[in-house]
Every structure is written in C-alpha cells, then in structure tokens.
Design a protein around this ligand. Structure first.
Ligand SMILES: Cc1ncc(COP(=O)(O)O)c(C=O)c1O
Length: 474
C-alpha cells in the first residue's frame, strides 16, 4: 500500500526551510495552533448554525460583512476556487456570454480561460516594459484611452494591478476613464490582498471605486491555498447576479476550513496589519540596502526614480535582478532551494521574485542575504552587456474562435515544426502563467523562439507536451 503524494508532502514538510512563496501563512506559522490542530474538526458542512456559502444568512453572511467593512467594499464574497473562480464570476457578470472584454496582454491564464468558456471576445492592450529589469510594467494612460476608444462596444476593462513584480497602475484614473465610457472596471488584484491593512501599502482598487476587485487571500494573507475574495467596489454590479455566477462555478460543498481561515485571516490582518507591515517594510529596506552594497544585484524599489508607467510599487514584494552576473535567476532559485532550503516564489531569466508577508521574520531575510552574498561571490561577473530581455511577444489575435479551437481536432507537433500553424491550447510560462499563445492564434517564429529561449533558461512552459505543441489539423 502506498500514498505517494502524502509521503512526498510529509517528507517536504520535515525539511527545515524558508518560504518566500505563497501561501502567505508561511508553512502554517501564521495560523493559530488550535486551528492548525483542529483542521479536520472544522471541516464540516451546511448544518443548523453553519450557514450556506451560496445563500448566506448567518455566520458566513456576518463574516462576509465584516470583510466588506475591512476592505471598504459595497459587498465582499468569500470564494473557494481561488482568484481564478472569482475572476470567472466577475468577467461573466460584467461582460456576459458572447460580449467583449478589454484586457491587458499580461493577464493571467484564468482570464483567457473565462473568455474561452463563456465565448467572450477578448481584445488586448500592451503594458509598457521596464527595460532595466526586463519585466512588464503597467499600460500607459494613452494606451488605455486608445484601446477604450477603439473598442467602445466592450462591456468591461480588466487591469492586473499589482502585477507579479508588485508594480501597480493608476487605478483612480482607470476608474474615471472606464466609467466615462459606461464600462465596468475589473481589477485583478490577486497579489494585493494585503493593501487594505496598512497605510504604508498602495491603496486597494476597492477604495477607488473599481466595480469588481479580485483578491487571492492565500497569496499574501494567512489563508490556505484556493481562498479568495471578490469585492464589489461600486453600485454598478448586480449583487444577486454575481452571487449566482459564483454558485455556478464553485463547488456545492465549499470547505469550512477555507471559509473559517478567510474569516481569521481578515481579522488578523486588521488587528496586526499596521505594526506588522511597518516592521516588514523596515526589514526589507535594510535587506535591500545590504544586498546592493555587498553584491552587484539590483532590487526593484531600491531606487524608485525614473520608472515610467509605474504608479506605485508594493514594498513587500522583493524582486532581485542578477543581470550583472553570468547566470540566470532560474539557476539561482534552484541553488537557493537545494543548498540553502530557501524557496522563492518565481524566477524569470534575470529576476528572482520573493513573496513576503509579516510571517517572514528578520531571520528569514538574514538567511537569504547570507546565501545570496555567498552565491554571488562565486559567480563570474558579466563582462559584456547581456542580450536585452525581450518583452513577451505580442499576443496574436485568434484567427479561430478560442472556444472552437480548443474543441477542434488537433495534432501534436514538435515546437520547431509548428511555425505558421494555429494553436489549439493556451501556452504560458508558469509561473506567472501569463499566456504566450492563445487557442486559435497563429504560431509565429518570434513565439517559437521565445518559448525555446524560455526552456533553455530553465523556465517551465505550461501547455507543451514534452516540447511539442497541440495545433489544429489542416
Ligand atoms: C495575477 C493573477 N491573477 C489570478 C491568479 C489566479 O489566482 P488563484 O491561484 O488564487 O486562482 C494568479 C495566480 O497566480 C495571478 O498571478
């Protein structure tokens, strides 16, 4: 008899390690011991006194109301299918089946999936690119206005803010521009759930009156994987329709472990947020300063001047750039995990992204600092300017409707032979799970070369099967 997954996770939990990744409770550190020990006794169902997530009137309604007050929303829903489910409900409510959505080129794959499933036409705008780090930033105001004017028949505009690197857009301006055109604003604020709990953090989109704001509770609060909040920040959305759409796409047996944890996570952040974030930010300022003094690494936010199209930065997101060394951040990430037991959230070619919450102690940061100083001291420095990091290739507008492409007959072709064919699947670099190819779009030489370089740099590409790609049959 064997339970290989349980065994693998059990072995993993026995290792002494530091977490700079989700979930925000950091291996259970931020969970009260009673709750941690009684996880299975709170795993109950809809009974007398436990309420019903799909038609809340009792304890769940009260917990959602308190969350709404904490986040400043008109209404907050607890979601048990992650920001993914919350985004689906927001998109379906705002756009409707068959409608049109304007979304950023760097939207998460769940946005594309929603468009595929509900037959929504998506048009994409480009975010600007921060050359000094080789990462996407926010759309310029001009880009936003142009796309809004060009697609005046769209029902909603979606912006991801903050992005994976903690870069935030100007949501106040977006609200005005979008509402002036009678559209709804959806903000994918999956990475900014903590924004409501300290004045030292950027302001949440809810406070600007964005219509639908999606937060992943598990990313930056002390809540388990899969938990999320969907907030309505204005009177525009139809509350009942949103509740109905959530019921359509979420399980009929929501986990009480998740629901209780969301309630507790909100309470904890509200109680301790002010002092906890101020201590974390102080520790991070010290860390950044020390790392930049002792290595040739750069950190985003170490010097905030001169960045176009970055309205604000999340000071708790740590982005470390290794451009000065002959290495990739993906290699550094593996070395940190294997040799030092330090796990980062994500690595792209030149940046390591660490996700910190107040559960990360100064000791965690000291371990990271010692490890990086040691690793960097053994790395050759670059003598030549590196090839510039290229921004993700432009998304090709689907030539076949994504909802048709994904169900049409297909064949599997090696990446190198797929040029000019139509993709059947979404292909993305994971994480951050931002699509490179959409179902129904044509595969260009730039896309093939981008995917090949990503694979060579040790990044994980989702949607490929052993280096091959599903394309439509001729
Ligand atoms: C920007 C963004 N939006 C949405 C999601 C989906 O979140 P979840 O994993 O909570 O479903 C993610 C996941 O990483 C994300 O990065």
């Amino acid at each position: 008899m064997a339970a290989p997954l349980y065994q693998a996770i059990r072995n993993f939990t026995k290792k002494e390690k530091v977490s700079f990744h989700m979930p925000g409770h950091k291996n259970g550190r931020g969970i009260p011991s009673f709750f941690a020990k009684s996880a299975f006794s709170v795993d109950t169902t809809e009974l007398l006194g436990t309420d019903n997530l799909h038609a809340p009137e009792g304890a769940i309604a009260k917990a959602e109301q308190l969350a709404g007050e904490a986040f400043g929303s008109k209404r907050t829903f607890f979601c048990v299918n992650g920001a993914t489910g919350a985004l689906h409900a927001a998109i379906l409510s705002a756009v409707g089946r068959g409608g049109k959505l304007i979304a950023g080129r760097s939207s998460h794959a769940s946005v594309i999936a929603a468009c595929m499933l509900y037959d929504i036409e998506a048009v994409f705008y480009e975010e600007s690119f921060l050359d000094s780090f080789g990462i996407p930033a926010m759309p310029s105001y001009r880009t936003m206005i142009d796309v809004l004017d060009k697609h005046a028949d769209a029902k909603a505009f979606l912006i991801t803010s903050p992005n994976y690197y903690g870069i935030c857009g100007d949501i106040g301006k977006a609200v005005q521009a979008v509402h002036r055109r009678n559209m709804a604003l959806i903000v994918d604020e999956a990475h900014g759930t903590h924004f409501s709990f300290s004045p030292l953090l950027p302001k949440s989109a809810v406070r600007f009156g964005a219509d639908y704001v999606v937060n992943s509770a598990h990313k930056t609060l002390c809540a388990p994987t899969q938990t999320a909040f969907l907030h309505l920040g204005s009177d525009l959305p139809d509350e009942k329709a949103v509740q109905y759409h959530l019921s359509l796409m979420e399980t009929s047996s929501p986990s009480y472990l998740f629901l209780c944890a969301m309630d507790l996570a909100r309470e904890k952040a509200q109680k301790n947020g002010k002092s906890a974030y101020s201590a974390l930010i102080r520790n991070l300022i010290f860390f950044r300063h020390q790392l930049e003094r002792k290595t040739k690494c750069k950190t985003l936010g170490g010097d905030q001047t001169g960045f176009a199209n970055i309205h604000m930065l999340d000071p708790t997101r740590l982005v470390i750039n290794f451009r000065a060394y002959e290495t990739t951040a993906a290699d550094i990430s593996v070395q940190l995990a294997e040799e030092y037991g330090i796990y980062a959230e994500m690595a792209d070619r030149e940046n390591l992204v660490c996700l910190l919450t107040p559960e990360n102690t100064i000791h965690d940061l000291q371990r990271l600092s010692h490890a990086l100083i040691k690793i960097c001291s053994a790395l050759p420095e670059r003598t030549q300017t590196p090839e510039p990091s290229v921004s993700t290739p432009a998304l090709q507008t689907p030539e076949v409707k994504p909802s048709n492409a994904f169900s049409a007959p297909g064949i599997l072709l090696p990446l190198a032979e797929a040029e000019g064919r139509i993709s059947k699947r979404t292909v993305s670099i994971y994480p951050p799970n931002i699509p490179i190819l959409l179902p129904g779009s044509r595969i260009t030489p730039e896309i093939i070369s981008y995917l090949q370089i990503s694979l060579l740099n040790g990044l994980s590409v989702s949607g490929l099967e052993k280096g091959s790609l599903w394309v439509l049959q001729d």
